[in-house]
Each structure stands twice: as C-alpha cells, then as structure tokens.
Design a protein around this ligand. Structure first.
Ligand SMILES: C[S@@+](CC[C@H](N)C(=O)[O-])C[C@H]1O[C@@H](n2cnc3c(N)ncnc32)[C@H](O)[C@@H]1O
Length: 219
C-alpha cells in the first residue's frame, strides 16, 4: 500500500471502536437511509456471491449475509476488518468472510454476482474511482450498487455535508464512468443533495430481461 492509503487505513483503525456510533445526528440519518437503499437494491439470492468493497465494520456485508449465498467483505483497515469479523461471530454468521482488499485489487479471485460499496469510493481521487469501477466491471457482476457522497447539484456546495477526506464526484460524472464501463444505470436514488445510491447492471442482463415473454415479467 502506498503511504496515503496506509495513513487512511491507520486512521480508520484508530476510530474502529467508535465507528458504529460516531456520526452526528443529521449525518447518521442520511447514512442509515443510504445503507438501507444499498441493502435493498443489492437484493441477493441464496446462490449469489456478494463482494462488499470498503466494508468497514461490515454494516452492509452482515445485513446481506442472511439472504446471500456467500458474502466477501474487503477493506484496507485491519481494525475495521477485526471488528467486522467479531460482529459476524457474535451473530453466528458463517457465510461471510472479511479480509484485506482494495477497490482495485480485492484479493478475492472467485466469481462475484453482486458488488456493493457504501460510503467508501469517495476516498479515491476521481481518476482512481474510474479505474476502480473498470476493475469492478471487468469482474462481470450482474449488479453493482454504489452508495456514497455524490453531488446532485454543484460539485462545490455552499454547505458541504462532509469535510476532510471526502472527495465526492457529481452524479453525472459517476454515471458517465459506469456507462463507459458498459454498465447500464438502472436506478438513481437521491438521499440528499450530496448523497445518493446508483444501481448499475450488466447490459447483457438487461437485454435478456427485455426479451423475456410478458407473462414471465409479471410473475
Ligand atoms: C466511511 S467507511 C464505510 C464503511 C462501510 N462501508 C459502511 O457503510 O459503514 C469507509 C471504509 O472504506 C475503507 N477504504 C478506504 N479506501 C479504501 C480502498 N482503497 N480500498 C478498500 N477500502 C477502502 C476504509 O478503511 C473504511 O473502512
């Protein structure tokens, strides 16, 4: 890991034990709404493998483990990974694994059906966001659900919701990157002017769905 990433990982390891309670009230409400939408849109089935990038203390990964076949949580912070593992053990969840991995190199080589990420991609500068999304697309998941700080209006808001360490892109920029990576953006959820959830699916999956007989689609 380069020094910038190591410093970031260390900062998260230092706040691990307060992380689940640390947000101020407005931010906590927005964060919870975003996390719920990511979980809802991910919607894994019992045979699906889900990869959660920037999993932190495992909020999304653990929420999805009840319905998914297998969940893989990846993060750069040892402290956050340990906390996520401990929560999985406390809940008796055996189909979820946590370990070191980065957006552009998840250290997981298996097939992945759904990729999710909540409030983590903003840590990457814009060019690295693009590279990360390209790597995710190359894995061929049928769905990628991205919840994060993102600007629905100006990229330079008068009242920033988040401060230091948040390098948010505009919704338009993220949609362009997802589309360039050959995803089809099937939902855009606005949680706040500066927070949203984007759902991206493989173009081929959409084409397949569009050609299904009408009866199948209404079932
Ligand atoms: C704000 S927390 C969000 C954690 C979790 N997804 C949630 O919703 O609670 C951001 C997480 O992203 C991780 N992170 C930052 N940069 C990363 C990178 N390049 N690759 C993987 N994880 C990263 C941090 O260590 C941290 O745990």
């Amino acid at each position: 890991m380069d020094k910038r990433l190591q410093d970031l990982a260390d900062r998260f390891s230092q706040i691990t034990h307060q992380y689940d309670d640390k947000h101020g009230s407005e931010q906590k409400t927005i964060y919870n709404a975003c996390a719920s939408l990511v979980t809802e849109h991910a919607n894994p089935g019992p045979d699906d493998v889900v990869l959660d990038l920037g999993t932190g203390t495992g909020l999304i990964a653990l929420a999805l483990a009840g319905n998914a076949g297998h969940v893989v949580g990846r993060d750069i912070s040892d402290g956050m990974i340990e906390q996520a593992r401990s929560k999985a053990t406390d809940r008796g969840l055996e189909n979820v694994e946590f370990g070191f991995g980065q957006f552009r190199d998840s250290h997981y080589d298996g097939e992945v059906d759904i990729v999710v990420s909540n409030f983590a991609l903003h840590h990457l500068p814009d060019e690295e966001k693009r590279e990360a999304i390209e790597v995710i697309a190359d894995r061929g998941p049928r769905r990628f659900v991205l919840g994060d700080a993102m600007f629905f209006g100006s990229s330079d808001p008068e009242e920033p919701l988040f401060g230091h360490g948040v390098d948010a892109a505009t919704v338009g920029e993220l949609v362009d990157v997802l589309t360039d990576a050959e995803f089809v953006v099937t939902a855009v959820e606005r949680v706040h002017d500066q927070v949203g959830v984007l759902v991206a699916e493989q173009a081929s999956d959409n084409a397949e769905r569009d050609t299904l007989p009408t009866e199948s689609m209404s079932e």
